[in-house]
Design a protein around this ligand. Structure first.
Ligand code: BGC
Length: 730
């Protein structure tokens, strides 16, 4: 061992893990030729692919078929980057690795609905562990764009509309992944809030507002998770492409936030070698760009002095620093000695995966994240004495829907159903149903009932089945995916009419939503029960049934507001609906930092179901709220389970007035499990950034001196009680 360590410290001192990642990176950069440096700065999409202009993408032999690959430098002991999409599990796009399955977690909206940072950590760690065991060392994960529009086709991959909730959970997920010695990105930096013409979209917003909303979510996620890489977005932000946006990448990310990692582009988001001088460090999916800008054109620019050589050194240093900080390299010797855990001993290697344990985590997240929205006359939990249960629609006999695009996971647990929306071969536009049929789970939960299924295609036939049943459970679905927005809030394919027909036939109708966003509910007044399951992942059917029958007490809370209808939205019509593909469009995010519930509050209106709302089979009371001030605000209060069953609550603390100004901002929350009669004292301290504002001129956060009010509530629209205190100001 001493001999190896000597060798590592001798001719390749950057492999010595006793040095800091910064020292190691600096030493390695010094030893590299310009060609070696350039080789680290770009990489292909590791998939056979025909580009829109007809070029065939060749996959390097050393790559694992997946989203991305950057060859390593054997001479220097620098590993290759094996990159996979991983928003909800290790992706297998278009089934490119035949037979390679992975645990399909619930969508990130389910995770956000748990309001549980520890679950986010476990989710990130689980995906990191599976990726590592499949040979990957970079996860294209950590999506934290705020849900500004409930028609954004990608919201299911993100964590809702609030910067604190999203930033905290995202940071924990990234931390979990990187603890497995797999680098995670945080993405898509920034303001990729609509998918329509995303590569031609100018996202316009006031800079201060962006700092206080989407950028704050990124800032918090980066502080907690320390992701090795930031993936810049496709869109422009205020007329400059995100991947060549000096203000975003240099002034904010690397300047104000002192981010030490690297900025990788989204796939096909680079517009020229000069993006390097505006802060981009690496070109990903290089064949998708008009040229491989970070290869020969970048080299030429350096040799001709148009791009300083020192900038290239900085780009390489940042990539190496993250590799060393996360410990993905094989060649180093761990501080704790051979065989023990330590940086430098964790190259990704293929090993068997304990899918059963990982399925249990998928189940846990779904159970805690499914949200009960309505439960008139306590129809839920369902009795097991019903003679006949009608299960209708949503392919509930086959599985639960998942979202489409680069995040698509091919689930474990055997064959799954697929509607070939994208064509006959597996395609990322297909509707994939995770193999956890709610129909089977309901039958298992109530073995003495006759459980009958109708596909729901013909409302009259479904209604006839429902009329003869004691209870009808209608599953409704809407497939959403990356690359497009949904045009409106409607459920597709006549499912509103299906619900109406079933509810007219049987007053005991339960509606279960499997969607990637809020939807409108014209039938809400005619059904007693509504459950939002989002896309609940590969144990989703079981989790839904567990909630319906009360094996699990629902505890999910909405991370995104449900509008009454599109007139409630900042932009009632979907921006750029019908725009010619590949033509420039723009969106004015005129709501600024008033995203989601803050927009409703600013207008003095209430949504259909508010951010933070979710029902339980028990009740929780809050009392004895004390608020103290000074440098920041702290709220202390007691929460008590006053009902008859055990359950989990998520008390939320909101700022409602700031130095004379009426505001509404989530400043803290705590998920807490309580037995009947049990109580807990909760203390929540505000991050001062949530109390103040960003002073764009001074480029710093400020808090005005004055009186501040906090309220403890069950949702953004149900603020039970509170108090106030003074702040000195910053
Ligand atoms: C997506 C990214 C993804 C990348 C690689 C892009 O289309 O926007 O989220 O990581 O593809 O698959």
């Amino acid at each position: 061992m001493l001999c190896l360590m000597g060798a590592a410290q001798g001719d390749r001192p950057w492999l010595d893990v006793h040095r800091t990642p910064d020292e190691r990176a600096a030493l390695a950069v010094k030893a590299m030729t310009l060609d070696e440096k350039i080789a680290l700065l770009h990489g292909p999409m590791a998939m056979p692919w025909i580009t829109p202009d007809g070029r065939q993408i060749q996959v390097p032999a050393a790559a694992i078929l997946s989203a991305g690959f950057v060859p390593g430098l054997a001479r220097l002991g620098i590993p290759a980057l094996y990159e996979t999409d991983a928003s909800l599990g290790v992706a297998n796009p278009n089934g490119i690795r035949p037979g390679d399955v992975a645990t399909a977690l619930p969508s990130s909206l389910v995770l956000a609905s748990t309001f549980d940072p520890t679950l986010a950590y476990r989710a990130g760690a689980m995906v990191g562990a599976e990726a590592h065991a499949k040979g990957f060392n970079v996860l294209l994960a950590g999506g934290v764009n705020l849900a500004r529009d409930p028609r954004n086709g990608r919201n299911f991959e993100y964590l809702g509309e609030d910067p604190l909730l999203a930033g905290m959970l995202d940071g924990e997920a990234i931390r979990g992944t990187q603890d497995q010695h797999v680098i995670s990105t945080v993405k898509h930096f920034a303001l990729n809030a609509n998918e329509t013409n995303r590569q031609y979209l100018d996202a316009r917003i006031d800079r201060r507002a962006l700092r206080e909303s989407d950028l704050l979510a990124f800032e918090m996620a980066i502080e907690r998770g320390k992701p090795g890489a930031v993936m810049c977005a496709y869109n422009e932000v205020n007329a400059d492409y995100a991947c060549g946006n000096h203000w975003l990448l240099i002034d904010v990310l690397k300047g104000d936030w002192r981010y030490p990692g690297w900025v990788m582009s989204d796939w096909g988001a680079v517009h020229g070698a000069l993006d390097a001088v505006n802060g981009l460090d690496q070109e990903s999916g290089e064949q998708l760009d008009k040229a491989v800008f970070f290869d020969a054109p970048l080299k030429a620019a350096v040799l001709e002095g148009r791009i300083p050589a020192a900038r290239v050194d900085d780009m390489v240093r940042r990539i190496l620093r993250s590799m060393f900080a996360v410990g993905i390299d094989a060649a180093g010797i761990g501080a704790a000695g051979p065989g023990a855990a330590g940086p430098g001993e964790h190259p990704a290697v293929k090993v068997d995966i304990d899918y059963a344990a990982h399925r249990a985590l998928a189940l846990d997240i779904a159970r805690k994240g499914i949200v009960l929205l309505k439960n008139d006359a306590d129809l839920l939990p369902l009795a097991r004495s019903y003679k006949k249960i009608a299960v209708i629609g949503g392919y509930a006999n086959s599985g639960v829907l998942s979202g489409g695009g680069s995040a698509q996971v091919i689930p474990t647990d055997g064959p799954f159903a697929r509607i070939p929306t994208g064509g006959l071969k597996p395609n990322w536009m297909d509707q994939v149903f995770d193999p956890s049929p709610p129909l089977d789970a309901v039958q298992r939960a109530s073995p003495n009932s006759i459980v009958a299924y109708d596909a729901g295609a013909l409302p009259a036939r479904a209604a006839a089945l429902a009329a003869n049943a004691d209870i009808a459970i209608v599953f409704v679905i809407r497939h959403e995916m990356e690359g497009s927005d949904v045009p409106n809030l409607d459920l597709p394919e006549g499912q509103d009419a299906l619900i109406d027909a079933v509810a007219a036939a049987n007053p005991h109708t339960v509606v279960v939503l499997e969607t990637g966003n809020p939807v409108s509910m014209p039938w809400l007044g005619r059904v007693p029960v509504v459950v939002a399951a989002w896309y609940p992942g590969q144990a989703g059917g079981q989790a839904i049934s567990d909630i319906l029958f009360g094996d699990v007490n629902p505890s999910g809370r909405l991370p995104i507001s449900f509008p009454r209808d599109s007139a409630d939205l900042v932009r009632p019509a979907l921006p750029n609906l019908g725009a010619e593909p590949r033509t420039p469009v723009h969106v004015d995010y005129s709501e600024g930092a008033d995203v989601g519930y803050r927009w409703y509050a600013a207008r003095g209106s209430t949504p259909l179901f508010a951010f933070g709302f979710g029902m339980s089979y028990t009740r929780f009371d809050y009392r004895d709220v004390k608020v103290s001030g000074g440098k920041t605000l702290t709220a202390t209060f007691e929460v008590r389970n006053t009902g008859a069953v055990k359950g989990a609550d998520v008390p939320q603390v909101y700022l409602t007035a700031a130095a004379g100004e009426r505001v509404l901002r989530l400043i803290g929350f705590q998920r807490v499990e309580l037995n009947p009669g049990e109580s807990r004292i909760i203390t929540v301290t505000a991050d001062p950034r949530l109390l103040g504002y960003f002073d764009e001129e001074r480029r710093q956060w400020r808090v005005k001196p004055g009186i501040y009010q906090l309220r403890v509530g069950r949702s953004a629209a149900d603020l039970a009680l509170g108090g106030e205190a003074g702040l000195h100001g910053i």
